[in-house]
Design a protein around this ligand. Sequence first.
Ligand code: HEM
Ligand SMILES: *[C@@H]1O[C@H](CO)[C@@H](O)[C@H](O)[C@H]1NC(C)=O
Ligand SMILES: *[C@@H]1O[C@H](CO)[C@@H](O)[C@H](O)[C@H]1NC(C)=O
Ligand SMILES: *[C@@H]1O[C@H](CO)[C@@H](O)[C@H](O)[C@H]1NC(C)=O
Ligand SMILES: *[C@@H]1O[C@H](CO)[C@@H](O)[C@H](O)[C@H]1NC(C)=O
Length: 317
Amino acid sequence: MAASFSFSTSFSMFLVLVGMASAQLSSTYYNSSCPNALSTIKSAVNSAVSKELRMGASLLRLHFHDCFVNGCDGSILLDDTSTFTGEKTANPNNGSVRGFDVIDTIKTQVENICPGIVSCADIVAVAARDSVVALGGPSWTVQLGRRDSTTASLSTANTDIPAPTLNLTGLLSAFSKKGFSAKEMVALSGSHTVGQARCTNFRARIYNETNIDTSYASSLKSNCPSTGSDNNLSPLDTTSPTSFDNAYFKDLVSKKGLLHSDQQLYNGGSTDSQVTTYSTSSSTFLTDFSNAMVKMGNLSPLTGSSGQIRTNCRKTN
Ligand code: HEM
Ligand SMILES: *[C@@H]1O[C@H](CO)[C@@H](O)[C@H](O)[C@H]1NC(C)=O
Ligand SMILES: *[C@@H]1O[C@H](CO)[C@@H](O)[C@H](O)[C@H]1NC(C)=O
Ligand SMILES: *[C@@H]1O[C@H](CO)[C@@H](O)[C@H](O)[C@H]1NC(C)=O
Ligand SMILES: *[C@@H]1O[C@H](CO)[C@@H](O)[C@H](O)[C@H]1NC(C)=O
């Protein structure tokens, strides 16, 4: 009797511990259920990035736009249908976010080795890290065990993903809403050391703003006329757009930020000193960036019995 009481008491405590453990992510989540998940994702990312270097930037951004809208839950991957509107046509995403085909390819490969185990949200988180590594940036340990949403929110994508028209106050507030400090906001913005932006997003800056290097502005105008050609691309980091380094911060100090929002980080305000620090210390930037990426990846994950492991990242099961 006493032995059975003690067994059931310990068993209940064990269940409580398991319950607590499942409420948070773990770096070893797939160690026994899908030991080759991480190596499969890494190979696929390396292959996609070697085919097109910009894809590394696109996969990094995909994770950001997933996490800032109700947490890192794969919501951005859901396609619109006749009865469902997802996040893909929200203003910051429409005609702009990329990498869905790469995520599909990875998901197919991972389903082949371990069906129904690895979430789309985790694939996006790991692909973002592997992309940064593939472009020569730092690595970090990705926490795992996110589950996939069964919903998406176009309106939250429109309100919670920061717009390039924001001033420093607006940028600080958009990141503070997700729990990030000013320093973390600046570090995460260093993502713009890779990738491209469309003319429509920097036209007003190169034609109308005064806190921009004059010859830099002139050189951008040839590919971004005052009207039309909205989708023409220019690099966010003018010097090394396919290398994950601290050149973005050097650009800002030289008034060569491409987006209005980029230059806001170095425009006589409270974040100038952090930009200066990152522009002169690559290692400080890379460490702070890695830590902030882990934190971003932990935004409101679905765990336990919430959400699902989608079979196809584009639709709910
Ligand atoms: C600070 C606020 C931010 C604003 C206002 C912003 C805005 C933008 C805009 C407007 C573009 C160009 C999109 C286009 O023209 O199609 C862009 C590109 C990009 N953003 Fe951000 N972003 C911000 C922060 C971030 C963060 C935190 C990350 C990642 C953690 C990120 C990663 C990227 C990357 C990698 C690209 C290039 C994507 C590609 O070439 O496909 N951004 N961002
Ligand atoms: C999980 O797998 C990784 C990579 O194979 C290994 O480095 C780590 O030691 C494993 N951890 C546990 C707790 O099994
Ligand atoms: C998305 O972009 C397409 C192509 O530019 C455009 O036709 C459509 O109206 C946009 N959708 C929304 C919701 O803005
Ligand atoms: C920043 O933008 C907001 C909203 O557009 C505006 O109300 C505020 O005055 C601006 N702040 C500064 C310092 O320009
Ligand atoms: C520049 O500002 C003027 C005056 O506000 C405005 O009429 C014009 O459309 C702006 N140009 C661009 C490219 O944003």
